[in-house]
Write a protein that binds this ligand. Structure first.
Ligand SMILES: Nc1ncnc2c1ncn2[C@@H]1O[C@H](COP(=O)(O)OP(=O)(O)OP(=O)(O)O)[C@@H](O)[C@H]1O
Ligand SMILES: [Mg+2]
Length: 365
């Protein structure tokens, strides 16, 4: 039976065993930026070998869909040249992913799982089997069941093909592709931790929400709130640059002072919209039952990451309104185990690297 460890999503594209242990650079492509990370192993300990952030102009990628292949390829070529990159592991935008849970007979053979799932695809996703690429994870701890719970991740074939083409055209060897939230999970959930967590990635253009239970990515969604509202509010209100707006977000944020009343109110409005969106998913999960009528494991904690999770006061605000523990991720938790290495990326910036770190951490698929 297939292992329940992280496995290669879309393995079909990357079946070559000799690639499994090759060190690779994690490349996280967002609509407006690319983050990259590479680790090196020194005497069994990891060190940060490369990192970087490159901007992507508006319109090249829109909501995860590559619109201008040539422009993106050129950016990747530059990244390859600047950093001398060959092997990469990249992420796919969760806006384009369909994730669903289903059951398969417990005695099914490995070879048959794919065909059974293929048969079920149309029931769950608006794609025909011929235009979809999928992979799956069997949930752990169900040895004696007649039926096995499986989480299936599906992408339009066309989306995956474009991602493979840009790397190929840029002269890089793509070792794996996986859903963004899967990479983030590898970064922010401590290895071996089987708890149930909601993870919220507050990026520049979007907010990704996922739920991880028993080390399996079980749910993903992209929130509706317009992410850039926070920055735009500050830029408009204080007439400052975006860089200065970051400082205001990170230092003042949701903390009320004597002279920021109006700005505070506007930022609070945006934070309230985030909270309402998160709350919907949180409440829904907390009341879910499995096929036997038992409550699914409750969310113990919300872990936040992404550049905008730096917003001062955000964990406290979410925690007090949702009545659940909320904390910023320690993105190095699975990397530098002994506190003996101080990475060059400061803690504010590090939260933007959660996806790239998870990709770079993936050594065996
Ligand atoms: N110290 C910081 N470094 C980087 N970004 C920061 C920092 N503090 C706040 N931010 C904000 O975080 C956002 C960038 O976050 P992040 O790098 O996670 O986004 P992204 O991955 O490029 O985009 P997305 O995931 O939304 O497509 C920007 O809106 C920026 O204003
Ligand atoms: Mg991002």
């Amino acid at each position: 039976m297939q292992s329940t460890k992280d496995k290669s999503l879309f393995a079909k594209f990357f079946p070559t065993p000799k690639f499994l242990t090759i060190p690779a650079v994690g490349i996280d492509i967002s609509d407006n930026s690319i983050h990259l990370i590479e680790f090196a192993d020194k005497h069994g300990r990891k060190t940060l070998k490369k990192f970087g952030k490159y901007p992507i102009p508006d319109g090249v990628i829109i909501k995860g869909e590559i619109k201008k292949i040539k422009e993106l390829t050129d950016i990747l070529k530059k990244i390859k040249k600047d950093n001398n990159i060959n092997f990469v592991r990249a992420s796919l935008p969760e806006e384009k992913a369909y994730l669903f849970q289903t059951q398969i007979p417990g005695d099914v053979t490995d070879e048959n799982i794919r065909s059974i799932l293929e048969f079920k695809l149309e029931e769950y996703v608006p794609l025909s089997p011929s235009s979809a690429i999928f992979d799956y994870n069997i949930l752990p701890n169900q040895k004696d069941s007649d039926l096995l719970n499986v989480v299936v991740a599906v992408y339009p074939k066309n989306t995956i093909e474009k991602y493979t083409v840009v790397f190929e055209d840029a002269g890089m060897t793509l070792l794996s592709l996986e859903i963004e939230a899967q990479a983030i999970k590898r970064t922010v959930v401590k290895e071996g931790d089987t708890g149930t967590y909601m993870i919220v990635d507050f990026g520049k253009t979007k907010t990704g929400l996922s739920i991880v239970s028993n080390n399996v990515l079980s749910f993903t969604s992209t929130l509706e709130v317009e992410e850039e509202r926070l920055t735009n509010t500050i830029v408009k209100h204080l007439k400052v640059s975006e860089a200065e707006a970051d400082r205001v977000k990170n230092e003042e944020g949701l903390i009320k002072t004597r002279n920021n009343k109006e700005l505070f109110r506007e930022l609070m409005n945006t934070a309230e919209s985030f909270k309402d969106d998160i709350n919907k998913h949180y409440r829904y999960w907390q009341t879910r039952v499995d096929e036997k009528g038992n409550r699914v494991d409750a969310i113990e904690k919300i872990i936040i990451c992404g550049g905008n999770s730096n917003l001062a006061g955000l964990p406290e605000f979410l925690s007090s309104s949702l009545k659940v523990k909320v904390e910023r991720a320690n993105v190095w938790a699975n990397v530098f185990l002994f506190n003996d290495f101080v990475p060059e990326i400061d803690s504010f910036n590090s939260l933007s690297y959660a996806t790239a770190i998870g990709l770079a951490l993936r050594n065996i698929t």
